[in-house]
Ligand binder design. Sequence first.
Ligand code: DGL
Length: 260
Amino acid sequence: MSNSPIGIFDSGVGGTSIWKEIHRLLPNENTIYLADSLNAPYGPKGAEQIKALAKKNTELLLNNNCKLIVVACNTATTNAIDYLRATYSVPFIGIEPAIKPAALQTQTNAIGILATKGTLTSALFSNTAARFAAHIKIVEQVGEGIVELIENGQLHSQAMKTLLLKFLDPMLKEHIDYLVLGCTHYPYLVPLLTELLPSHVKIIDSGAAVARQTKNILSDLRLLNTLNATPQLHFFSNRSTKVLQTLLNSNTCTIAPLKF
Ligand code: DGL
């Protein structure tokens, strides 16, 4: 049993989609979330730069006594998690595009993956794709511009709709029946994607699996916090906190600006 918080970071506000899954499954845990929105998007940056940003975020969370760190960012996970695990002794949970379940369930033998350039060009992504999806067609699409629109509060904009239509078109031409969301910002697009996609195309992301994995690791290490009735839920952003407020829409969370 440990009262220490779970630390969570992302390049911005998207990882709150993962925080929501974690908080739903582990409602007694204290959490600290860092939105590195000042440096978003991570997707177009090189691996060394992504590692340096992941290191900075990790050290801030460790200075706040976090017992486990969730890298709530596919781009940071696929580029930096090996480095983080080799550098720090705290357990890390990462997130990767859910290629395996999509590859196992597709009936058309074609799946679409929407993710950042940093994720799609990573060795971890190619290895996972080669391992689980070598027998099917993967239509990869860099979601260029999506993270910026979400970070700027334009989730429901016409610009977003236009971008998504452009990204979905090549996937639909290849008859995908699964769309894998490979970026933690994208679960916020599910209502719009559902509207734009034919009804037989299923959307999957890895958020619930990350929450289950977090619970399993804390339980194995006897670090679960099961008795805390009033968890502290702290969110920090190094840019405006406005979009965080909108996405969290909660009066039990504290949301504050912080320089990091
Ligand atoms: N939420 C991040 C991810 O899961 C977005 C990356 C970015 O900032 O480009 O990949």
